[in-house]
Design a protein around this ligand. Structure first.
Ligand code: AMP
Length: 325
């Protein structure tokens, strides 16, 4: 008998970078080792259409992300893994939530403020109501915990508010899920270490990058002067080494930092090599998966079917409670 349910989604925009990996995906893969947990992890392709998009890129990207997650270790036999748009109950429940969520709660969301100032030419209603779809994504599966990065905590809080409002109005239906504490982590941009590495930022280090691109990007990283370890850029590279480096290299640079003999050009070459090696198997596996799109489609189809089983039960309960025949 499963004791807990985890739900997590990742927006289907852009390619994943090392920040996404260390701040989210690595932990999602690790949750698969915990027993007695039912996991629903999905690619949020409907969320991806709130900002400007090209249809062909949207579908290619969903396939690429599916291959990425599986190549990184999401195992469809342990995790119900699916595309949000293939489980219609998500948008259905979102409509119900739209009708009980005060506008003011949506207008105060940081992501809405950021995205609407970033896309001034396209401030659509979807950008504003994104969190009610997200609340539906989450609450359909009545989860206990939501594994997320710190930037998404406000969205889980909104889901708790929506769950409480629904329960108060129509009777206890949804749990109030808690964020699953992922360690607060900010991988910084290589070229602008004062900013977070992001999909839209300057040259993120993508998981798909081939060794040549990894070397070129890391070579251009901003650090401190040799001998000193004190700069955000340098700390960022040392942190990446601690995650992707061999234990020998980690020890070597910890000593060099301590006795102030650190050479950043050497750190960059070694770090680039270690990151290239760390993701070598992933790159091969992903290419193999993408060569068989029909297998990926089958995995997504099976995942959606399993998700729908649970989602449709919740939706029937909701319809009954709110009096829809
Ligand atoms: P995004 O698709 O860019 O919204 O990111 C998805 C998730 O990846 C976020 O919710 C974070 O958990 C994680 N993430 C993204 N960028 C970083 C970063 N620079 N450092 C750490 N975690 C990150």
């Amino acid at each position: 008998m499963k004791q807990e349910t985890y739900v997590a989604g990742c927006r289907a925009t852009g390619k994943l970078h090392v920040g996404n990996y260390l701040g989210l995906v690595k932990d999602l893969v690790k949750t698969q080792e915990i027993e007695n947990i039912e996991r629903f992890y999905f690619i949020a392709d409907q969320h991806a259409i709130t900002t400007p998009f090209v249809p062909k890129e949207l579908s290619d990207n969903a396939m690429s992300l599916t291959a990425t997650y599986i190549a990184l270790g999401i195992d469809p036999s342990k995790t119900v893994f699916f595309l949000q748009n293939q489980v219609l109950e998500h948008s259905w429940l979102a409509w119900v939530f739209n009708c009980i969520t005060p506008l003011a709660e949506l207008e105060r969301m940081t992501q809405y403020k950021e995205k609407s100032s970033e896309h001034k030419e396209n401030i659509n209603a979807g950008l504003l109501t994104y969190p009610t779809l997200m609340a539906a994504d989450i609450l359909l599966y009545k989860p206990s915990k939501i594994p997320i990065g710190e930037d998404q905590i406000q969205h889980v809080e909104l889901s708790r508010i929506v769950a409480r409002k629904f329960n108060n109005k129509f009777g206890k239906t949804f749990p109030e899920p808690r964020p699953y504490a992922l360690k607060p982590l900010r991988i910084m941009s290589l070229k602008h270490p004062e900013k977070k590495m992001s999909k839209t930022g300057d040259e993120p280090l993508y998981l798909d990058d081939e060794p040549k691109a990894i070397h070129e990007k890391i070579k251009k990283a901003v650090t401190a002067t040799d001998g000193s370890g004190q700069s955000t850029g340098a700390e960022n590279l040392l942190y990446l080494l601690s995650q992707f480096g061999t234990s020998e290299h980690v020890a070597q640079f910890a000593t060099a930092k301590k006795d102030k003999s650190i050479k950043y050009s050497e750190l960059k070459t070694i770090l680039a090599e270690d990151i290239s090696n760390y993701f070598a198997e992933f790159r091969e596996k992903k290419k193999e998966l993408l060569a068989h799109p029909e297998t990926l489609a089958q995995i997504l189809g099976d995942g959606a079917q399993k998700a729908r089983k649970v989602a449709s039960e919740t939706l029937s309960e909701v319809k009954e409670k709110i009096g829809l025949l």
